[in-house]
Design a protein around this ligand. Structure first.
Ligand code: SF4
Length: 329
């Protein structure tokens, strides 16, 4: 599969706010290592899921790829070009092709704008329509593509007059109107009722099949990841610890962290996971990343060397990568 997005050793480090005492005593300002050396590729028309607990760096990775936050180090290539080297005009066209869908459709939509104005705004900002008729046609097409039928009836409605599912479809229409090739979908169904989720996920997959859109699908819910993605990357404390095809990662997880996440998926056909796999404790603070394997304070099968040696991330089987001393021998 041809790569559309190629992420190479991406890092996003933030400077944490130093406390008064720390400043007075001249101590170093703490650094939050939100993303700490992440590499993967995303193929054309592929759905790759970034999964993990909150605080693992998934959303920051997605935003850094789109340059909504500036990376500290590493490279992001889009269609073979270095995104970090884009000039203003290249960045503008990249922003048309690469879109983001947020978790909360209500927060991401302007409550004072009508449905028509919300979807038409990206066309106006990018000066893409030459007449009102053309604009109306493109807005109507985007609404239909997002599964909102009878679009003209919705044109003058406001977000609060729509259901939760319709609002998320409206947010998706706001992305589709620019004919994107790449969408970062950040927990796109986590705020929706269970009954509505399946429809939105099906819409995303249909759009991939019909338009060849590639998705970076961000979720904390591995069962959703399994349902919609081609491949799954598991993130822990700023790093990818396992990556492989969705079926392989769920049915035959290699990393103890993945095994713990998989163990809570209610599915009859996945591998039986022992009680040892249950996670203990909270994700550590990304300001104080543990030495060695960063998962070792919570790992139920940690070895003494795990406290000192960083496990190499390597291809264990074709297309299946993991970083763990138990696997690497
Ligand atoms: Fe657990 Fe050690 Fe593997 Fe890390 S390297 S996941 S601590 S066994």
């Amino acid at each position: 599969m041809t790569a559309l997005v190629d992420v190479d050793q991406l890092e996003v480090h933030f400077t944490a706010r130093a406390g008064l005492l720390r400043s007075m005593f001249g101590r170093e300002t703490p650094v939050v290592r939100a993303v700490d050396g992440v590499s993967f590729t995303l193929g054309k028309g592929e759905i790759l899921c970034l999964a993990g607990e909150s605080g693992s760096g998934k959303t920051t990775t997605g935003k850094a790829i789109l340059r909504l936050v500036e990376p500290t180090a590493g490279k992001v290539y889009y269609a073979g070009e270095d995104v970090r080297a884009y000039n203003r005009s290249k960045l503008r066209s990249f922003r048309q092709e690469a879109q983001i869908i947020f978790q909360d459709p209500y927060e991401s939509l302007n409550p004072r704008q009508t449905v028509f104005n919300i979807v038409a705004e990206p066309l106006e900002v990018n000066n893409l329509c030459h007449s009102l008729a053309e604009k109306e046609e493109r807005v109507a097409r985007a609404l239909i593509d997002a599964g909102l039928h009878n679009p003209q009836e919705l044109f003058l409605r406001y977000p609060h007059e729509l259901s939760g599912g319709q609002r998320q479809r409206l947010a998706i229409a706001g992305s589709l109107v620019l004919d994107p090739k790449f969408i970062v979908a950040d927990e796109p169904v986590s705020m929706l009722d269970l009954s509505i989720r399946a429809g939105i996920l099906k819409l995303m997959v249909d759009l991939r099949d019909q338009k060849g859109i590639s998705y970076l699908f961000i979720t904390h819910d591995l069962s959703l990841a399994w349902l919609v993605s081609d491949r799954i990357a598991i993130m822990y404390l700023g790093k990818i610890v396992e990556l492989g095809s969705a079926d392989t990662v769920i049915k035959d997880p290699l990393h103890p962290y993945t095994r713990a996440l998989v163990s809570v998926i209610p599915a009859p056909r996945r591998k039986v996971i022992t009680r040892q796999s249950l996670l203990k404790g909270e994700t550590p603070d990304p300001v104080n990343v543990p030495p060695g394997c960063r998962f070792h304070p919570r790992c139920p099968v940690a070895l003494p060397r795990c406290r000192e040696e960083v496990p190499p991330y390597r291809e264990v089987r074709p297309g299946h990568f993991a970083a763990c001393h138990l696997i690497n021998g």
